[in-house]
Design a protein around this ligand. Structure first.
Ligand code: SF4
Length: 348
């Protein structure tokens, strides 16, 4: 019997004490749904979708800032596609585009640098929204802009880092399913520190069905033993030291800042913004953006979904007013969002 089959049998027949496991990563959420893993779990195992989708945790303030840059500062916005339909307080970037703004979807920050080089008459802003995994390539884009002498390229940042979020969410779960790609960058010593100093348990997991089943079985077995634990169940990719080159690149250009997470609030030092010496590439400073306090649609329960306080299906708008083709909140827009996963792979 393979390790995955054994894990599957264990997870479906588990009859110990009830356990809660938070999958922090949006890709994990979607893979777990797509692979039908939720359906085989014993009712004693609760899976909670956490705040690991970067678009979902980006508050309305940020969309409002991007809309202001596009419509009032006449900037060309370059962004990954998911952000275009996320509602701001009044408009999304798609609405701004309909009003005449230039909003271009790109597949990498380097595409935005190329665009800026080819269009010297435009002020190009790339929306830098992501976790430790995407920030190094945004730093590389700044490095390229410096090397090319570009004065018309900048970043609007809303990057976030996971370790501070684990601490902020620790009471919402019994253990974390740690995102493999984040820990491929930052390594695993942080997980050992969380275990040793805060009693936080978790397993670092890969993304295939068998890797997820084995990681979940390790979670439940670890929780049954009753002692804080950490297991790296994704050793083919995740090493204790992570990727020192990517970390060094990030540390050269970015520094930790306090940032707002949708639904969770401000978490100290959980963001990454450009260092003062690179402020020429910081769109907030370059275009003197005012402080904006955004307003989310009060009917949307994304904030509670992201904290595991309710499921997407418990939101009264789910599948009715809020659907992927007409999203009310960020969790339905993003390809990594919990509501879109529930909609795509659940009973809808
Ligand atoms: Fe928000 Fe839509 Fe999810 Fe409800 S279903 S929480 S409205 S994104």
């Amino acid at each position: 019997m393979s390790a995955a089959s054994e894990a599957k049998d264990f997870l479906s027949s588990y009859d110990g004490k009830k356990v809660r496991i938070m999958e922090v990563c949006g890709t994990h959420t979607h893979e777990i749904f797509k692979d039908g893993i939720r359906q085989i779990l014993s009712p004693q195992i609760d899976l909670i979708s956490g705040p690991g989708c970067p678009v979902c945790v980006t508050p309305a303030d940020f969309i409002d800032e991007a809309v202001m840059l596009a419509l009032e500062k006449n900037c060309t916005i370059t962004t990954f596609g998911d952000l275009v339909r996320v509602p701001g307080s009044e408009k999304s970037l798609a609405d701004a585009r309909a009003d005449g703004a230039k909003v271009n979807v790109v597949y990498a920050p380097q595409d935005a640098v190329k665009y800026a080089q080819l269009h010297p008459d435009e002020e190009v802003v790339f929306l830098s929204v992501g976790f430790e995994t995407t920030v190094p390539s945004e730093c590389l884009a700044v490095q390229q802009a410096i090397e090319k002498g570009l004065k018309n390229f900048s970043l609007l940042t809303a990057n976030k880092t996971m370790p501070e979020a684990y601490l902020a969410m620790k009471d919402a779960t019994d253990a974390f399913l740690y995102p493999g790609h984040v820990h491929a960058i930052i390594g695993t010593s942080v997980c050992e520190k969380l275990r040793d100093e805060y009693g936080i348990s978790g397993v670092c997991a890969g993304f295939t069905p068998s890797e997820l089943l084995v990681a979940l079985a390790l979670e439940v077995k670890g929780l049954s033993r009753g002692e804080p634990f950490f297991i790296n169940a994704y050793p083919r990719v995740v090493r204790e030291e992570g990727s020192p080159k990517a970390v060094a690149l990030t540390e050269k250009y970015m520094e930790p800042v306090d940032v707002l997470w949708r639904g969770i609030g401000e978490i100290k030092n959980s963001g990454l913004a450009l260092r003062e010496e690179y402020s020429d590439f910081d769109a907030r400073k370059k275009y003197a953006l005012p402080h904006i306090t955004g307003r989310d649609n009060p009917a949307c329960r994304c904030g509670e979904v992201l904290q595991g306080k309710c499921t997407s299906e418990e939101c009264p708008l789910f599948g009715k007013a809020c659907r992927p083709e007409h999203p009310v909140g960020a969790c339905m827009v993003s390809s990594e969002g919990a509501c879109s996963a529930f909609y795509l792979y659940g009973r809808h």
